[in-house]
Design a protein around this ligand. Structure first.
Ligand code: ISE
Length: 348
């Protein structure tokens, strides 16, 4: 395994909104690392982002060249979802640690191959960008559950709203790109696996510019007798909002709405609502990156691992099957390799 110097040299693939957010955080808000390389198929965009960090940041024209380059210690993958599997596998071939944005892959088979490759290596090199696991509000909810403050959890309720759907959004995209976060949050917060899903959707057409099902409701059954609902609405129009409530036998815990101050005036209360995930989860992205870098200095990453990425995709695939068939779907129960002992290792 590579020995890192004081500053881990990170190469970032993808210089769009998410990639640039990670490079900015690495450069300005995270200790123990530097942005050593940036790659984006849009070369001028890559150059523009790299220029923020000075001449020592190399612009790569090829993502495989970045992964293979000896000067790059670890990789962040923030490119489009369908490129993730190939890039993560290449990192594993070169035994480089990789923080891959969600979803880990776009198929269960590819996620399984990543798990098998790690098991073969006998080490966890992959972390998946489920940033909610680092969000202080979600962590407080998790703490209330694990300390027993609400008693045995019986119901998970998640809501997830986007200001406006991206162009070309499909009904499947809503599940694999958006609901994947909520499916992971349910199993992580409750410490239970998703067992059955039932998904229905509706389209806000003609208000929305496509007939894709931009509002979807997922009903869940989890191990341990817990039920759940997840609402994903891609064209909510008023802002970006993510929230969760867990109802227990002795109480309930939920995230609070927004982090902005509440202004009260003229018998009215005002609070700004964030516009997107970059704004809502900025603190979570910084903590996620800082923790990942600290973990790399110490040893193995402690965040959501390849098995979590795989299990989230198992749930995604079952949700897509349910949406298409109109009936509930039971999730398969693959055996967890010993490499991934705990259901959820991020307790911080
Ligand atoms: C987007 O792709 C993300 O990754 C965000 O985290 C998620 O909240 C949003 O719904 C997705 O569209």
């Amino acid at each position: 395994m590579r020995a890192y110097s004081e500053q881990i040299a990170v190469g970032v693939i993808g210089a769009g909104g998410m990639g640039a957010r990670h490079t900015d955080n690495l450069h300005a808000r995270v200790a123990g690392a530097k942005v050593a390389g940036v790659m984006d198929p849009n070369l001028s965009r890559a150059k523009e982002v790299a220029a923020r960090y000075g001449p020592a940041t190399v612009v790569f024209e090829d993502e495989l060249a970045l992964i293979r380059d000896d000067s790059i210690d670890a990789v962040v993958v923030a490119s489009p979802a369908d490129t993730h599997a190939g890039l993560v596998m290449e990192c594993l071939r070169h035994e480089k640690r990789v923080l891959c944005e969600k979803p880990l892959t776009t198929s269960v088979e590819d996620a399984r191959k990543i798990v098998e490759a790690e098991v073969e290596l006998g080490r966890k090199l992959v972390q998946v960008g489920f940033m909610r696991r680092y969000d202080p509000q979600h962590l407080s909810v998790k703490q209330a559950i694990t300390t027993g403050a609400i008693g045995r959890p019986v119901l998970f309720k998640g809501w997830h709203r986007n200001l406006a759907a991206p162009p070309g959004m499909t009904s499947e995209f809503v599940i694999f790109s958006a609901a994947v976060h909520d499916l992971d949050a349910a199993r992580w917060l409750l410490g239970q696996e998703n067992e059955e899903v039932y998904v229905r959707g509706t389209s806000t057409e003609p208000r929305s510019d496509s007939s894709a099902l931009d509002m979807q409701l997922i009903q869940l059954s989890l191990g341990g007798g817990c039920l759940g609902t997840i609402e994903v609405y891609m064209n909510a129009a008023y802002g970006y909002e993510v929230g969760v409530e867990v109802v227990g036998e002795e109480g309930t815990v939920h995230t609070a709405p927004g982090g902005s101050p509440v202004l009260r005036r003229d018998q009215t209360s005002y609070q700004r609502i964030e516009s997107d995930w970059l704004e809502r989860f900025q603190i979570a992205y910084v903590i996620e990156m800082q923790q990942w870098i600290e973990d790399l200095h110490k040893g193995e990453p402690t965040g959501p691992h390849a098995w979590d990425g795989y299990m989230s995709h198992v749930a995604v695939e079952s949700c897509i099957a349910s949406l298409r068939s109109g009936s509930p779907q039971s999730l398969p129960t693959p055996e967890r390799p010993v490499l991934y002992e705990q259901l959820a290792e991020v307790e911080k």
